[in-house]
Write a protein that binds this ligand. Structure first.
Ligand code: SAM
Length: 251
């Protein structure tokens, strides 16, 4: 893998620390599906997530990529602790955006982030090679290197930082590093105020022009509703089934 040169992390973007179970819920994955992946998983951005450490326990190899890894990795965990406090404040200020979180539930939720951050700290100290400093839209990985690529809470969450051209370039890059029979999954498709991306159809059309097939898949949420995940794959390739319910809304 080529070494990446990246600049310091963007202070406007939180470095969060989600656990594996939250990743599974966000992307419509299961532990069994992760365990059965035929190749490595890319988590970009990885933040200070527990995913790499926890998925390894299942036998799933995870590489996390994030520009924040240009910092000493213990500092990344310090940023994640600050992000956890910002999240606590946001949950208190905008509870309508976090409908499933009453006071007790939000405390339990934030404790899951604390646990994930501790896992990240331990894993990144013993296996720093799993954490690659890199920034979209250019990743230092070979074509088709990953069986599954996940990208959470970045490209649509911060629309002021990723204009549509930047999103298109980043999505195209994520597909490039993913195996032809694999998938890229991206979520959320709304910003930090819960506003949906208003030009998703145009973006998907542009992806199609790059020979990238896209689908907005609805995955079940714990509260009985569904969440939308953008699923991408190279066009003209037979898809390996990774599970998940389809919306029928594909290009
Ligand atoms: C809100 S966190 C999301 C982390 C993780 N995916 C999650 O769901 O918790 C956003 C991350 O994006 C990283 N980031 C910022 N700019 C980036 C870029 N150009 N390419 C990749 N990651 C970037 C930040 O360093 C930060 O760790």
């Amino acid at each position: 893998m080529a070494a990446a040169r990246t600049s310091a992390p963007n202070p406007d973007i939180l470095i969060t620390s989600r656990p594996l179970d939250e990743y599974c819920a966000m992307f419509g994955l299961t532990r069994a599906l992760l365990a059965a992946l035929p190749g490595p998983l890319l988590d970009c951005p990885g933040g200070a997530a527990g995913l790499a450490a926890e998925a390894r326990e299942l036998g799933c190899r995870v590489i996390a990529a994030d520009p924040a890894y240009a910092l000493p990795l213990p500092e990344v965990a310090d940023h994640a602790l600050a992000a956890r406090d910002s999240m606590a404040a946001a949950m208190a200020a905008r509870p309508h955006l976090y409908p499933a979180t009453g006071r007790c539930r939000s405390e339990r939720y934030l404790r899951s982030w604390d646990r994930a951050r501790r896992l990240f700290t331990a894993d990144s100290a013993t296996h720093p090679q799993r954490y690659v400093a890199a920034a979209l839209p250019r990743l230092p990985f070979a074509d088709g290197a990953f069986a599954l690529t996940l990208s959470g809470y970045l490209l649509f969450a911060y629309p002021e930082l990723f204009v549509p051209e930047g999103q298109l370039a980043a999505l195209t890059e994520l597909v490039r590093v993913t195996a032809a029979d694999g998938e890229v999954r991206v979520q959320p498709l709304y910003d930090g105020y819960g506003r949906r991306c208003g030009y998703l159809d145009r973006l998907r059309y542009a992806l199609g022009e790059h020979r990238i097939a896209s689908e907005v898949r609805r995955v079940p949420r714990a509260d009985g509703r569904t969440r939308r995940v953008l699923v991408l794959r190279a066009a003209d390739h037979r898809r390996r089934e990774l599970g998940g319910r389809r919306s029928g809304n594909s290009h």
